[in-house]
Design a protein around this ligand. Structure first.
Ligand code: G6P
Length: 615
């Protein structure tokens, strides 16, 4: 992953670099670094840990410069330590990199034989030496970068700074996002050129941005920028005005972003469903201008996503098949992109992503397109993301910025969007009469209030969390459309509390996981009052008979009672098809409170990142 910022201006740009890194920290936060050129030459500062550590170094050293590059890292090659932190240097130049250089071993061997000494375990360092090598042949800086990257295989966004030419920074993109920023001072005159991994890093200086495409190289100078393809052919890319909000995202009354985001779910759902105000049916137009024509040409759905977004897709499959009667498969993007599969041009390819920048999801979409499936829809929380630019149709969830690494409000708003998609397809296929559609819309409109009532269970969930805090393992069980909710509950617990957790379809318990059950393994069951409740109760008996301690999230009217080793919390109301949106909420709260008791870094759990832009 990693985040990149670069700046050339007529003023000291160090604060721009640090602020940009703060905004990009969601992409990785195990180390950070920057390189500047000032009158003393090339200065490099690197720190293990958060951007704050680097900022402290900057302050302590009063580092300053009019041009510089900076990086926040999520380690791929080489442990997170100072030696491996970017920038990497060679022959008076410094490089920051986001992505993976796949042929780094061969290049490292070649460069070592040519006399270059490696000081890190990273794949990135080969790029620094390759460019230095090209410069030695007398090549121009821009051309040297182009020549170097033409030897590189893999994914990259790069920024390169050279001590001898501090007014030029060269950047390149292949597979990892990179934007240029054109900043105007108060008088309207250009006062600097910038580059960054995403718009959030650049909004502090400008809204005017240029999105580089794969295979683009660019140089930014104090007086302008130019873009070419890797072979040197000049290209123009449009300047656009970013519409993103630059407002600081405050924690307010909350202790963590994850807690804030869990409690924002009623508002996020209201915003996402706002367009239903007064609507009597779900119009295809909600998904884009061409939706009607595209929906008329599809007879199946392929959902592609990663992580929590994948779990949203798994829930949607139950809806799409049961309500709309549309066959649906759900694929993990990193698997699908390399799997030999059977393509059908009448497939609606639905990509789900909070960030819209997940490398595997983007690549899987491209793979589906290459197989001849042109009907694509993005369900995404980032309106200006790569994913949204690459699909024919889109539905933007209005969850607002999600900062906590563990996804919460993005998930429930994705589910709302997927339910709308189900209704739109069901109506088109004549599977939903006016009464059922009106009821479904009414249920959606009432959803924010229903979620708000579930949030009131927090005190009881907090008490349960205490009992999980000394456990090493936990099992989450669900059935039907709540099986993906069990998966999501387990993912939440493991990612932020580091307790090993598995989600299982309850009926599958006896085929293996039951062997693990003893009194040290809490078993969490999602038990809404639906047609599978009696089946689930039998599965829970199997757990109880082996001494397993059960924590059951039931509905107000689920016929299930407390007994020794069986703890029950009831959600205020049963919510029919939309019940997964309610039942995930207590599981989010449970993992949040378990993590609090265990004292982990809730918003930035170890080894993870918010947006996974490498495969
Ligand atoms: C990372 C995040 C998860 C997220 C997943 C997919 O692993 O930590 O919270 O679910 O990426 O991200 P996306 O932005 O594509 O939804």
């Amino acid at each position: 992953m990693c985040g990149i910022v670069a700046a050339v201006a007529d003023r000291n740009i160090v604060s721009v670099l640090i602020e940009g890194l703060r905004k990009l920290e969601y992409r990785g936060y195990d180390s950070a670094g920057l390189a500047l050129v000032n009158e003393s030459g090339l200065l490099r500062l690197r720190a293990v840990g958060r951007v704050a550590e680097l900022a402290a170094q900057v302050e302590a050293t009063a580092a300053a410069g009019n041009s510089g590059i900076a990086h926040t890292r999520w380690a791929t090659h080489g442990a997170p330590c100072e030696r491996n932190a970017h920038p990497h240097v060679s022959g008076g130049l410094a490089v920051v990199h986001n992505g993976i250089i796949e042929n780094h071993e061969a290049l490292r061997a070649e460069l070592t034989a040519a006399g270059y000494v490696f000081t890190s375990d990273t794949d990135t360092e080969v790029v620094a030496h390759l460019i230095a090598h090209e410069l030695k042949t007398g090549a121009d800086f821009f051309d040297a970068v182009r020549a170097a990257i033409s030897r590189v295989q893999g994914a990259y966004a790069l920024a390169v700074l050279r001590e001898a030419e501090p007014e030029r920074i060269v950047v390149a993109r292949e597979g990892s996002p990179l934007l240029l920023g054109v900043s105007e001072g108060a008088d309207g005159a250009i006062d600097g050129y910038f580059a960054g991994s995403d718009a959030s890093a650049l909004l502090q200086v400008t809204r005017r941005m240029v999105c580089l495409e794969n295979g683009d190289c660019a140089e930014i100078t104090r007086s302008g920028y130019r873009i070419t393809r890797v072979d040197g052919t000049p290209v123009e890319r449009p300047v656009f005005e970013s519409q993103l909000s630059a407002d600081a995202i405050e924690l307010g009354q909350y202790r963590h972003y994850m807690q804030k985001e869990i409690f924002e779910q009623p508002a996020a759902l209201s915003a996402t469903l706002e367009m239903l105000e007064g609507a009597r049916s779900v119009q295809p137009g909600l998904f884009g201008a061409n939706a009607e024509a595209i929906f008329a040409d599809v007879n199946r759905v392929l959902i592609i996503a990663c992580g929590t977004s994948y779990h949203a897709g798994l829930v949607a499959r139950y809806w799409l098949e049961a309500i709309a009667g549309v066959p649906c498969v759900v694929e993990i993007a990193s698997e699908y992109r390399y799997r030999e599969s059977v393509a059908n041009p009448h497939t609606l390819v639905v990509t789900i992503s909070q960030s819209g920048e997940t490398a595997d999801t983007l690549a899987a979409l491209q793979h589906a397109k290459n197989l001849g499936m042109a009907h694509s829809l993005a369900i995404c929380n980032a309106p200006e993301s790569s994913l949204v630019r690459e699909t024919a149709l889109r539905f933007i969830t209005r969850a607002g910025p999600e900062i906590g690494v563990a996804s919460t409000k993005a998930f429930t708003t994705q589910l709302a969007a997927l339910y709308l998609l189900t209704l739109a397809l069901a109506t088109r296929l004549g599977r939903l009469d006016a009464v059922r559609e009106a009821n479904a819309l009414q249920a959606l409109r009432h959803l924010p209030a229903a979620v708000a009532r579930v949030l009131e269970l927090e005190p009881e969930i907090k008490a349960w969390a205490e009992r999980f805090s000394d456990k090493q393992h936990a099992l989450f069980l669900g059935r039907g459309r709540h099986y993906p909710i069990a998966l999501e509950g387990a993912l939440k617990l493991k990612e932020i509390s580091y307790i090993h957790a598995e989600g299982y379809p309850a009926g599958e318990l006896k085929h293996g996981p039951l062997a693990l059950v003893d009194r040290n393994m809490p078993v969490v069951a999602v038990a809404p009052n639906d047609t599978l409740l009696e089946k689930l109760k039998s599965n829970l008996q199997e757990v109880r008979a082996r001494g397993g301690e059960l924590y059951v999230f039931a509905d107000a009217d689920s016929e299930i009672s407390e007994s020794e080793g069986v703890h029950i919390l009831r959600l205020p109301e049963h919510y029919g098809s939309l019940s997964p949106l309610l039942h995930v909420v207590p599981l989010q709260l449970l993992s949040y409170h378990v993590a609090l008791v265990r004292g982990t870094d809730v918003d930035k759990p170890r080894n993870l990142a918010k947006s996974v832009t490498v495969e």
